[in-house]
Design a protein around this ligand. Structure first.
Ligand code: NAI
Ligand code: MG
Length: 473
């Protein structure tokens, strides 16, 4: 093993305030609820106090968005595009600040926030800026925007989920009230500052912070025309019930339990990299994480030996260190959930393994973990753990791989590893998943639609498809 000198990214680039308000009608204002603290999950240090939006505050935000809708939707698409391009460029200019703040508030490694999250956020705004004046060409005729979009997002990709929600909404001429997750509100508030810097007309984007109650107030507000949610299947169900029969348009992007399927002809080293990326990227806090490894029985031993060797080289620790591969678990609650499900896996008879790995004394941490000898009925094969925990199952034939991969209430993504192109197509035809990656995993591009089957939700984000959710078609 190599020893590396620490290479921490400086925090100085971030101007952290002690308290943050809500962003309504282009201004930062106080909230009337009790403020909450957001912490750095790697140290448990309080980063800032953040306002809680009451339902009255949410109402003010929706009214601001309604008023702004008149102005914004009347602008020619080419004018809206200019604002979106400007936002995209400012995101690039302030990329380092955004990446450091994202890693501080979320716990993800700076290598990921810097090289994946923030570049994808900018790419998303650039991409949808390009569509704003081409909606007719995109096949939507003279379709109208919906009005005010109420958007509720989770903590695993705070900025990226914001971009997925806000960019297409604005491109189509809608205005937005967005509620970030209560453990990761800070980059959304920095984004609010970027909206001001870009001179976005007041009220086009409003950010209301708070916990589930604030989210529920956004979703239930009678003057919201469209609801977009990413998060747990449980809350997705509650939201679907609230919205049912109201005429609000709804998209839900929920949980997953994706299979990463490795055939005996796959290139083992590449497959190992894909497996690691599939489940240990962002500590496994990824709805499309490849949390079930399905390996063809004949290569199980060889593949697992290579995988274990590779896991021994992963570096866990300070998210701001540029060498770090695995950062902190986002919250004490999420850590408790990962521990509970992992303990359950062990008591149900699966075999648990982690590489030698020292966990920091403070903060929320979980080592990269493998479960072998997993049966389909085990909880670790069925439930979304949303952490750095991989369950290994085996198969003998392609048909068995398909059956096992589809044996889940979810259907967001899948990975297939094989030399054979015809087998990839055969598998992709049969896998009930919104995205199928071949000989790669977790590849994202704003031009490519993303979304699920079954309990993973409905609607697509990204691509031309992503516009449809924000237009009356
Ligand atoms: P959650 O679904 O409770 O939170 C997501 C967002 O919804 C947050 O902004 C939250 O404040 C808001 N929210 C909560 N209750 C609401 C309600 N009744 N009405 C409107 N908005 C509401 O997810 P949580 O509790 O943080 O994580 C629980 C589990 O969900 C995780 O362990 C993971 O398995 C899964 N999850 C899946 C995500 C995905 O991307 N598919 C993202 C986050 C969590
Ligand atoms: Mg936090």
């Amino acid at each position: 093993m190599f020893e590396y000198a620490p290479a921490p990214e400086s925090r100085d680039v971030v101007d952290l305030k002690s308290s943050y308000g809500l962003f309504i009608n282009g201004e930062f204002v106080d909230g009337s609820g009790t403020p909450f603290k957001t912490v750095n999950p790697a140290t448990e240090e309080t980063l800032a106090e953040v306002a809680t939006a009451s339902s009255d505050d949410v109402d003010r935000a929706v009214q601001a968005a309604r008023k702004a809708f008149g102005v914004w939707s009347a602008l020619p698409g080419a004018e809206r595009a200019k604002y979106l391009f400007r936002i995209a460029r400012i995101i690039q200019e302030r990329a380092r600040e955004l990446a450091v703040l994202e890693s501080l508030d979320n716990g993800k490694p700076i290598r990921e926030s810097r090289d994946v999250d923030v570049p994808l956020v900018a790419a998303h705004f650039f991409y949808y800026a390009g569509w704003a004046d081409k909606l007719e060409y995109a096949g939507f005729g003279s379709a109208k925007p919906l009005g005010v979009a109420g958007q509720v997002i989770p903590w695993n990709f705070p900025l990226l989920m914001l971009a997925w929600k806000i960019a297409p909404a604005l491109a189509c001429g809608n205005t937005v009230v967005l509620k970030p997750a209560e453990t990761t509100p800070l980059t959304a508030l920095l984004f609010a500052d970027i909206c001001r810097q870009a001179d976005l007309p007041p009220g086009v984007v409003n950010i209301v912070t708070g916990a589930g109650e604030t989210g529920a107030a956004v979703v239930a507000h009678p003057d919201v025309n469209k609801v977009a949610f990413t998060g747990s299947t449980e809350v997705g169900r509650i939201i679907a019930r609230t919205v049912a029969g109201t005429g609000k348009k709804l998209t839900l992007e929920l949980g997953g339990k994706a299979a990463n399927i490795v055939f005996d002809d796959a290139a083992v080293d590449q497959a190992v990299e894909g497996i690691v990326n599939g489940i240990f990227f962002n500590q496994g806090h990824v709805c499309c994480a490849g949390s079930r490894l399905l390996v063809q029985e004949s290569i199980q031993e060889e593949l697992l030996a290579a995988l274990k060797r590779r896991l021994g080289t992963l570096r866990l620790g300070d998210p701001l260190d540029k060498n770090t591969d695995i950062g902190a678990i986002n919250s004490a609650e999420q850590l408790a959930k990962i521990r509970r499900l992992s303990d359950l896996g062990e008591s149900e008879g699966a075999e648990r393994w982690s590489p030698a790995c020292e966990l920091p004394g403070k903060g929320f941490w979980f080592p990269p973990t493998l479960f072998t000898g997993v049966a389909q009925s085990h909880s670790v094969a069925r439930e979304e753990i949303f952490g750095p925990v991989l369950s290994v199952l085996t198969f003998r034939t392609p048909a068995e791989a398909v059956e096992k991969a589809n044996n889940t209430p979810y259907g967001l993504s899948a990975g297939v590893w094989t030399e054979k192109g015809s087998r990839i197509l055969w598998m992709a035809d049969r896998l009930r998943a919104g995205v199928v990656w071949a000989n790669t995993f977790n590849k994202f591009d704003p031009a490519s639609p993303f979304g699920g089957f079954k309990e993973s939700g409905f609607g697509r984000e990204g691509g031309r498809h992503g516009l449809e959710a924000y237009l009356e078609v």
